[in-house]
Structures are given as structure tokens and as C-alpha cells.
Design a protein around this ligand. Structure first.
Ligand SMILES: C[S@@+](CC[C@H](N)C(=O)[O-])C[C@H]1O[C@@H](n2cnc3c(N)ncnc32)[C@H](O)[C@@H]1O
Length: 261
């Protein structure tokens, strides 16, 4: 099993995701959010499940200095039927090319985050928030509407010997803006409606507080075809490692973009 956003169908893919993509449905209907404070406890049952069904890995991505619990071919559910997975689709279990580029950029350019407040919006496995923390950000919040992602991020902080940062599992795109020095988004432009919501939210965030916005994206159609393109400048582009290319049919590079509303 492998998860994909807006790419050619892989050889093995979860039925749920196939259905979603062909029908054009929202990926995360009916999610209910929760606040998680720093170091919040991970449900022990979920923890055991995640530990048994992920592999700790630091290879095959642009950031070998970050260890993550991911779904890999060594895991049962890579090959298993999707409907047997007991939680919502585990997008957090893939380290997406957009997040990889952003994390690489933050690790290579720590001045981008040092001493700053950083929000990782749609954090998934939390790698970009972890990169921000490793590079000296003073305040970090990771946000993902999937509560299991929140728990996975806590486990990934532990793996990297970091004190967990707060994890927010509310959908904040309809909420009042908070002041952030920097908002980072990895691979979040995979759905047209979500892209529109993000664009609007980022625009008001930047205008209200002068927040800097960095977006990591490997050239997904929903990103390349969105009107946000007129307000972007490319900062850096990376060639993707072979395993990431293999998992993301057809994608070979991933770039970091700055948003200028
Ligand atoms: C393709 S994954 C990217 C994860 C991570 N940023 C990376 O690059 O590896 C997209 C993530 O966005 C999350 N997501 C979707 N809609 C969201 C929303 N409205 N607010 C926050 N997170 C959202 C999903 O749960 C998923 O984990």
C-alpha cells in the first residue's frame, strides 16, 4: 500500500483513496479536531499500534538527519487491504516530497527560523516542524486535522530527542488568525477546494501580521494550476532521492516557494 496525492495511481493503493480521488471527494470528511498540548500523552493503544505498524527510518528522503515512523514496504499495511486499517487514512505515515524540500531548506538555512514562531500547517509526520525545532525556532506549533497524525508527531519528536511541541488538531482555516513569524506548508496543495481555502487563509495571515509563508511542493497540478502562482517566487529546488521518486510516480524534484500576497 502506498498513499498518493494527485499523482498517477501507484501499483498498490488503498481502495479508500482510489475511490476518493476518482470521485473528487474531500479527503477528510467529518474530522473532529482536538487541542494537544506540548508532550501530550499518546493513547497507549494507538502507540502500540503505531509502533507495530510503522518502521523507524531516516533513509530515502532529503533529510537523513531526521528519524521518522513511516509506512514502508517492511510494514504489514503497505501490502494489506486499506479497509483493515482501523483509523483514518494515514497521510502522516508518508514523508511527502513537499515536506522533504521544506525541511531540507530549514535545516540548510537555520536563520530562516532561528528565534521565530513557526506554524507547520498540515504537518503530517511532523518532519518540517522537527526541522524548524532543530534549527532553533523559539515557538513551534504543528497542526493537522488527523488526531492520529498528532500522536505520530509526538512519537517522532521522541525519536529525534526533542521535547514535543504543541500539536493542534483543529481545522484552523476557518478560525481567527494568530500571529506567526513563519507558516510552513508541505504538500498541502493536492485538492482544489483546500487550495482555495489555504490561499485565502495565508493571504489574511500575511496581511494581518506580515507573516512569512513558505510552501513546499513537487509540482502537483492543483498547485501549478492555482491562481496563487502569481504571488509566488521559487527559493530553491531539490532533486528527489530515488526512493521518493519511486513512491511518487513521475515526480523528480520538489521546490520551496515564498508567498508574496
Ligand atoms: C500530503 S500530506 C502532507 C504532510 C506533510 N506536510 C508532508 O509534507 O509530509 C497533507 C496533510 O494535510 C493534512 N490536512 C488536510 N487538510 C487539512 C487542514 N484543513 N488543516 C490541517 N491539516 C490538513 C492531512 O491530514 C495530511 O496529513
Amino acid at each position: 500500500m502506498a498513499l498518493r496525492c494527485g499523482c498517477k495511481a501507484p501499483r498498490r493503493q488503498w481502495h479508500v483513496l482510489k475511490a476518493w480521488r476518482s470521485a473528487g471527494f474531500s479527503l477528510f470528511p467529518g474530522h473532529r479536531g482536538l487541542w494537544r498540548g506540548a508532550g501530550s500523552p499518546v493513547d497507549p493503544e494507538v502507540k502500540v499500534f503505531l509502533e507495530e505498524n510503522t518502521e523507524v527510518t531516516s533513509t530515502g528522503s532529503l533529510t537523513p538527519e531526521i528519524q521518522l515512523r513511516l509506512l514502508t514496504p517492511k510494514c504489514k499495511f503497505w501490502w494489506e487491504r486499506a479497509d483493515l486499517w482501523p483509523y483514518s487514512d494515514p497521510y502522516w505515515a508518508i514523508y511527502w516530497p513537499g515536506g522533504q524540500a521544506l525541511s531540507r531548506y530549514l535545516l540548510d538555512n537555520p536563520e530562516t527560523v532561528r528565534g521565530k514562531s513557526v506554524l507547520d500547517l498540515g504537518c503530517g509526520c511532523g518532519a518540517t516542524a522537527i526541522a524548524a525545532k532543530m534549527s532553533g525556532a523559539s515557538r513551534i506549533v504543528a497542526n493537522d486535522i488527523d488526531p492520529i497524525a498528532g500522536m505520530a508527531v509526538s512519537l517522532n519528536c521522541e525519536l529525534n530527542w526533542l521535547n514535543p511541541f504543541p500539536i493542534l488538531t483543529e481545522d484552523i482555516l476557518d478560525m481567527e488568525q494568530e500571529k506567526w513569524d513563519l507558516v510552513v506548508l508541505g504538500d498541502m496543495f493536492y485538492d482544489d477546494d483546500l487550495a482555495d481555502r489555504l490561499h485565502q487563509w495565508l493571504r489574511s495571515c500575511s496581511r494581518a501580521y506580515g507573516t512569512r509563508v513558505l510552501i513546499g511542493d513537487p509540482g502537483r497540478p492543483q498547485f501549478k494550476g492555482h491562481c496563487i502562482q502569481q504571488q509566488l517566487s521559487k527559493i530553491v529546488e531539490f532533486s528527489l532521492p530515488k526512493p521518493t521518486c519511486q513512491e511518487n510516480n513521475g515526480l523528480t524534484t520538489s521546490a520551496v516557494w515564498e508567498f508574496w500576497p
